[in-house]
Design a protein around this ligand. Structure first.
Ligand code: PMP
Length: 435
């Protein structure tokens, strides 16, 4: 009892001192003070399977990261105006992960910063101020990245409150959008028409920004050819293609290291974060030398901690470990297994409308009926609470908060994936769902 009182007290102190615009998971959250691989441990002695932490692809408390960071902290941590090897090695390694002509790297500390800088590079290089963004998207909280974030899940007033330089195109959602299934090919010509109209009105877009695989909408792949057509249109009018790879890039999709590979395009500017640092704040923007150089007389760039010796060492260690533990391969194998388990559950539970995604970026979309696709929002919240009781941490996403986002650490094994599917099966039965 005194423990529970202590927990309540800690939550009250959190509510008093921590900006509550950022809510915590769960009404009665377990207190998590430790993690190991794809498990989280609460102070009341329970172990939870972690299905949400795409920020830690190597898993929690990875000894290689811990050792590399503590060694570097004992030696030096400073800013990247100093000359040291790790920042050079890390930028070379990042650039080598991208196709030509993307060879120039900016190092920052988060996805929001990466998107903000990515947009400013595109605006600087194109000399144009207008930006086209996808609806139902989240790109960050800084001025520019928030301006292009239209997700209603994060701000119900988002569309009405965007600045006038932001123009949005329909969410190209092939499952529940205006065009479904094979008809989803219609989204691209519609987006191209918006881009052409802007140019005709004398406001050609300086940038198009979008996730390359629709993470915020639940891991829905963009329709085939979508980015090729939209990128071509924005470039035809002198703008640049900015790819947000913050969630979907870095190997999580399994078959593709970057989401843009799935669309068979090469962006002009790529924004990366989250997985890069395994939880340590790291972000990057990778572009061509030509675009980077044009920014010189357009704005300023220096980050006090971006590319610091510690950040560079973390970045290198994460890349080494992803390679040595074949975690992208694990995303193919375990992700493929998990997806087929979830599809088998969809045959047994009518509430499962679709299983989206690739590798270890999956989305389980819950609907009240499979024809009208009415979002099962309350049921999804109830399911997440029941999953917590049963030992699994999973959360909803999408504008209707009716999609379980499944993006665990990439080290998750088949046994844990089976535990997740079995627990989902049990929870759905306990909550009275069936065919
Ligand atoms: N872009 C996308 C697609 C994201 O999902 C996020 C974070 N949820 C961001 C950008 C912003 O990243 P950060 O929280 O590191 O600022």
């Amino acid at each position: 009892d005194s423990d529970r009182t202590g927990e309540r007290d800690l939550l009250d102190r959190r509510a008093a001192a921590f900006a509550t615009v950022q809510e915590h998971y769960y009404a009665n959250p377990p207190r998590i003070e430790r993690g190991w691989r794809h498990h989280l441990l609460s102070t009341d002695g329970r172990s939870y399977l972690d299905i949400v932490n795409n920020v830690t692809p190597l898993g929690h408390a990875h000894p290689r990261v811990e050792q590399a960071v503590s060694r570097q902290l004992r030696r030096l941590n400073t800013n990247s105006r100093f000359h040291y090897a790790s920042v050079v090695e890390f930028t070379e390694r990042l650039a080598a992960l991208l196709p030509d002509p993307l060879d120039t790297v900016f190092l920052v500390n988060s996805g929001s910063e990466a998107v903000d800088l990515g947009l400013r590079l595109a605006i600087g290089a194109s000399g144009r101020r207008d930006v086209v963004a996808l609806r139902e998207a989240y790109h960050g909280w800084t001025y520019a990245s928030d301006a292009v974030s239209t997700s209603l899940q994060d701000n119900p007033n988002a569309l009405a409150t965007r600045p006038s330089w932001v123009h949005t195109v329909d969410s190209p959602n092939s499952y529940r959008g205006r065009h479904r299934g094979p008809d989803a090919v219609r989204y691209a010509p519609e987006a191209v028409a918006v881009i052409d109209e802007l140019a005709a009105a004398g406001r050609p877009a300086g940038a198009f920004i979008g996730e390359t695989f629709y993470g915020n909408a639940g891991g829905v792949a963009l329709p085939d050819g979508y980015l090729a057509q939209v990128y071509e249109a924005v470039r035809r009018h002198g703008g640049l293609a900015v790819a947000d790879e913050v969630q979907v890039g870095y190997g999580r999709l399994g078959h593709w290291f970057w989401g843009f590979e799935q669309q068979q395009v090469v962006p002009d500017v790529v924004c990366v974060a989250k997985a890069m640092g395994n939880g340590h704040p790291l972000g990057a923007v990778i572009t061509s030398k030509a675009v980077a150089d044009r920014y010189r007389d357009q704005g300023y760039f220096f980050s006090s901690t971006g590319g610091s010796p510690v950040s560079s060492i973390v970045g290198l260690t994460v890349l080494d470990t992803l390679r040595d533990e074949d975690l992208q391969g694990n995303a193919v194998r375990v992700g493929g297994h998990l997806k087929s388990r979830l599809e088998a559950l969809a045959d047994r539970y009518g509430i499962i409308g679709a299983v989206h995604g690739s590798g270890l970026y999956l989305g389980l979309e819950l609907v009240r009926d499979r024809v009208g696709l009415e979002p099962a929002t309350e049921e999804t919240a109830e399911l997440c609470d029941r999953m917590l009781d049963l030992g699994v941490i999973v959360q909803p996403t999408g504008d209707h908060l009716n999609i379980l986002k499944i993006k665990p650490p990439l080290c998750i094994d088949t046994a844990a994936a089976d535990f997740f599917a079995d627990t989902l099966d049990l929870a759905l039965t306990q909550l009275g769902h069936s065919c």
